[in-house]
Design a protein around this ligand. Structure first.
Ligand code: SIN
Length: 283
């Protein structure tokens, strides 16, 4: 096999010339790993992998993180079900976020395999936190480099007093274990991280799980966080991935955000997601 890496506008790269159902040589795997580290999200088309092959590919990267909040595949607990049924209104991941920033050691990323797609819609947008950081002024980069931020998932997955996100039919059917979310303690990460694989700087705050800057109140943090979020959402850093049968995306939580569009009401969308563990984050 000859691995081809085709960078995309905004963020990410499409990997061609590989069959993930087959055996990947060490050199093919190294090329894919390099593309993942450099581009933050990689995409594969026209793949036909079954659940066991999905799990085997994930294990090649790092140990699998079993999701605490999403429903699991009935036969493969390693696979989280990211699905929306015909009658559901809300979807999973329908706003900008990066997964697991609420953990002390955030997961590396997730490998999402399309299993059942709506006739149209249901794209996933990705945004580059390398690109967003690089485009900031030197002064802003320096200032942000002195800050840390507090992250939590209680307000998203919890059921207690901190939960400000209304529980919807998504919450009832697809997401559970509110007690585990309520038991989470806040974690603090640098606002600018040095990516553990690429060594590049990336902005590490996100609208889903970042509560405030460490040592600042929520009110004090909001204007600067809002300014950063608006900066990160610019088209220059965003790629919208159109799913097709056989498509796979593997995103890096430390280098990207993502947003699953919810524009296909009345249709089913079923995705299989495996998340792999990451490394400690440093400034
Ligand atoms: C997610 O994991 O946030 C959902 C991604 C998607 O369904 O496209």
């Amino acid at each position: 096999m000859t691995v081809e890496i085709h960078p995309l506008c905004g963020v990410g790269a499409e990997i061609r010339g590989v069959d993930l159902a087959g055996e990947l040589t060490n050199s093919d795997f190294a090329a894919i790993r390099g593309a993942f580290a450099d581009h933050g999200v990689i995409f594969f088309r026209d793949q036909a992998i079954n659940e066991a092959q999905h799990i085997a590919f994930a294990r090649r990267w790092a140990p699998i993180n079993i999701n605490r909040f999403f429903g699991a595949h009935p036969d493969y607990p390693e696979i989280a079900m990211v699905s929306k049924d015909v009658e559901q209104k809300d979807n999973i991941g329908g706003s900008w976020h990066t997964d697991h920033s609420y953990d002390q050691i955030p997961a590396m990323g997730s490998i999402l395999v399309a299993r059942e797609l709506p006739p149209k819609g249901g794209d996933t947008m990705f945004a580059s936190m390398y690109g967003a950081y690089d485009a900031l002024s030197e002064g802003m980069q320096r200032m942000l480099g002195t800050l840390k931020a507090v992250h939590s998932a209680r307000h998203v997955f919890g059921g207690g007093a901190d939960a400000v996100v209304a529980k919807s039919d998504v919450g009832g059917k697809q997401i559970g274990n509110t007690a585990a979310a309520d038991a989470l303690t806040d974690v603090v990460h640098p606002v600018v991280i040095t990516h553990p694989l690429s060594g590049k700087k990336a902005l590490y705050v996100n609208p889903g799980f970042t509560l405030r800057f460490d040592g600042w109140t929520k009110e004090e943090s909001k204007p600067l966080l809002d300014q950063l979020y608006a900066h990160c959402m610019q088209n220059a850093f965003v790629h919208e991935f159109e799913w097709r049968p056989g498509s796979i995306a593997f995103w890096d939580n430390r280098a990207t955000w993502h947003f699953a569009k919810n524009d296909y009401h009345g249709h089913r969308r079923v995705m299989h997601r495996i998340t792999v563990e990451g490394e400690p984050l440093n400034a």
